[in-house]
Design a binder for this molecule. Structure first.
Ligand code: SIN
Ligand code: CO
Length: 376
């Protein structure tokens, strides 16, 4: 991707400038980021997704006017008749991970790959009736909010007071003070950095697409890496048992011997001794498919041009290729081609024909498992 080229999607900024000025720093309102944008899924197609078991969806309902204002919240799946009527104002359904289910939505998300793939999470679509929204809140992650259908009034602001309304099924800011307000029309987009408070209220029926990002916490990364490294550690160092020929008799038998603590430190050091182990575990973790994803195997053979399945996650570092939770060492021309596959999500037939026999065999495997497909 050319990161120097001005992008309409970013209001005429190039991706470099956007990242430097706005990413994780300050909001950006982009009028007509996608001119003439039309919703990819209509209301009924979106609600069909919200009815599926393997799709994560949520319903947020405000109390009917005249009653005490109280938010209600439910997790999907939602049978159509379990949703409020369309003429009832103030409710919204949010459908997560639509990019996994629709090729056109996946293609839309691909326009945001000026951010590393490892950071891209999913594309969520919300449908709301007049006045609907999820209330004033903040998210821990960056988000692009693309207006797809109808109008939505956004009020946004940096907040000092991040306290939440107590005993609510949703995280709603108790004392939201907006600094800016805009009405977004179809094709308009708003970028918000993490923890920037916002409240989007539908003006009439409305659909909003959220391109969301993932930021694992240190704790999560440590757990994921240690779990993966642990499997290898038990194989490699498993046989060396603790010995203590120099142990003296003790008066306080409850105390753990220091030598035993040193043994633990050493075992940990040995488990993490391979400098590539942490990198490998990180790549495997980052490419692990989402929990609700499975691939349908087929008998495609990798001949001609190939394209990654939209659910496939593929990344690399300077020594490895990672795909759907697995890692492979790669070097030379194979590594170059595999990296191009991870960047562009496709390879031309001329590129496929330059792979070594073992790399071509891997590609064939990935085609059989449904991780990638031969281009028609
Ligand atoms: C929505 O689309 O209603 C909510 C999106 C958000 O505020 O993050
Ligand atoms: Co939000």
């Amino acid at each position: 991707m050319n990161t120097q080229e001005p992008l309409q999607l970013l209001g005429g900024l190039n991706a470099q400038t956007f990242m430097r000025r706005h990413w994780e720093k300050k909001p950006l309102l982009i009028r007509q980021a996608i001119p003439g944008f039309k919703p990819i899924l209509d209301r009924s197609e979106l609600l069909d997704l919200a009815a599926m078991d393997d799709v994560e969806s949520r319903l947020v309902v405000q109390a009917l006017p005249g009653k005490e204002k109280q938010w209600r919240f439910r997790h999907g799946p939602f049978a159509r008749k379990s949703l409020p009527p369309f003429k009832q104002p103030g409710w919204s359904v949010l459908v997560q991970g639509v990019d996994l289910h629709d090729e056109r939505v996946h293609a839309l998300m691909n326009q945001f790959r000026f951010v590393p793939n490892a950071r891209l999470d999913d594309l969520m679509i919300s449908y709301a009736t007049d006045g609907g929204g999820v209330g004033p809140h903040f998210d821990s992650y960056d988000v692009f909010l693309l207006q797809a259908h109808g109008r939505r009034r956004w009020r946004i602001g940096r907040q000092k007071d991040m306290s939440l309304v107590p005993d609510m099924p949703l995280k709603i800011l108790a004392n939201f003070v907006p600094e800016h307000e805009f009405v977004l029309e179809p094709g308009d987009m708003l970028y918000l950095p993490p923890r920037y408070a916002h409240d989007g209220i539908a003006e009439g029926e409305c659909m909003t697409y959220s391109i969301g990002f993932r930021s694992p916490s240190k704790g999560e990364v440590a757990r994921e890496i240690l779990e993966r490294v642990a499997d290898q550690a038990t194989e490699e160092a498993g046989s060396a048992i603790y010995r203590d020929p120099a142990q003296t008799a003790v008066a306080n038998s409850g105390a753990i011997p220091e030598a035993m603590m040193d043994f633990a430190q050493l075992a940990m050091k040995m488990a993490l001794r391979d400098p590539l182990a942490v990198r490998r575990a990180m790549g495997e973790y980052l490419t692990e498919p989402k929990a609700n994803v499975w691939f349908a195997g087929n008998d495609e053979t990798a001949q001609g041009a190939v394209r990654l399945d939209r659910r496939t996650r593929m990344l690399y570092d300077d020594k490895h290729i990672f795909i759907n939770g697995e890692s492979f060492r790669a070097a030379g021309r194979d590594a170059q081609l595999m990296r191009a596959l991870a960047d562009d999500r496709c390879l031309k037939s001329t590129e496929v024909s330059r792979l070594s026999a073992p790399a071509a065999e891997l590609l064939a495997d990935w085609c059989r498992t449904g991780w990638m497909h031969v281009e028609p």
